[in-house]
Write a protein that binds this ligand. Structure first.
Ligand SMILES: C[S@@+](CC[C@H](N)C(=O)[O-])C[C@H]1O[C@@H](n2cnc3c(N)ncnc32)[C@H](O)[C@@H]1O
Length: 223
């Protein structure tokens, strides 16, 4: 999310600011995340952690589907979490009692439960590697054995791709991702290297219908 866009829309009092700053395409991207994880085996009885949930673009769908108190959304941005609470109220989903918590450093252990499934949609795309490592080391602590964490990313097929990578999208001009600034690209080997130091294994699921060329990784709790 661009900080400038966020500030401009928020300060201008745009009632839809919270839907736009998470990337827009509110309906399509919310539904896509949900359909994908159900296809990947998410069940209403599972405990689910939405990492960088924002204003609940996907969260609303997961909350509706999961049993009460089984959805946990965390984000660093309090204003987005507040907007997400308002979306929950508007959708009549308050009885599902979703847990929305501000965490600044992925300290998932403070939440309490262990999770069956977790998702970070459009989060690693904005984070430098050390922040991602922090997220993975912590997610390792809160997944049940066999638990699954899905994370979207921009893929580079070279180990250290210092050049910008060009991506196309149907709803706007082509855009670039970068080795060392937001939006970031990474290659699978980098995640495999990180996983060697955790109880996680990683596979690249690859394309999953994302309209802006994000691929998806599956981290599984093995150790
Ligand atoms: C592009 S938005 C995507 C939000 C949501 N996953 C969705 O698909 O609508 C990225 C989100 O990651 C959050 N984020 C960025 N860094 C974070 C961190 N260190 N901890 C928690 N959330 C973070 C942002 O505040 C933002 O809500």
């Amino acid at each position: 999310m661009g900080r400038k866009l966020y500030t401009r829309l928020y300060r201008a009092g745009n009632p839809d600011w919270h839907r736009q700053v998470v990337g827009g395409m509110w309906t399509e991207m919310g539904q896509l995340q949900f359909d994908f994880l159900v296809q990947q085996g998410l069940k209403p009885t599972h405990r689910f952690l939405d990492v960088g949930c924002g204003s609940l673009r996907g969260g609303i769908h997961f909350i509706r589907y999961l049993e009460p108190e089984h959805y946990w959304g965390i984000d660093i941005n309090l204003a987005l979490l507040r907007a997400g609470r308002e979306e929950v109220r508007r959708e009549g989903l308050a009885p599902k009692a979703p847990r929305l918590v501000r965490l600044a450093d992925f300290e998932f252990q403070t939440l309490g439960p262990k999770f069956d499934y977790a998702l970070a949609q459009s989060v690693f795309t904005h984070l430098p590697l050390n922040r991602i490592i922090r997220c993975l080391v912590n997610i390792d602590q809160v997944l049940i054995p066999g638990g699954r964490f899905y994370a979207t990313f921009f893929e580079s097929t070279r180990q250290f791709n210092l050049e910008p990578l060009l991506h196309s999208r149907p709803d706007g001009p082509d855009f670039e991702t970068y080795f060392d600034r937001d939006p970031y690209h990474y290659n699978l080997g980098t995640f495999q290297w990180v996983c060697a130091w955790t109880g996680l294994s990683v596979t690249n699921i690859g394309q999953w219908g994302h309209p802006r060329d994000q691929r998806v990784l599956l981290f599984t709790k093995t150790g």
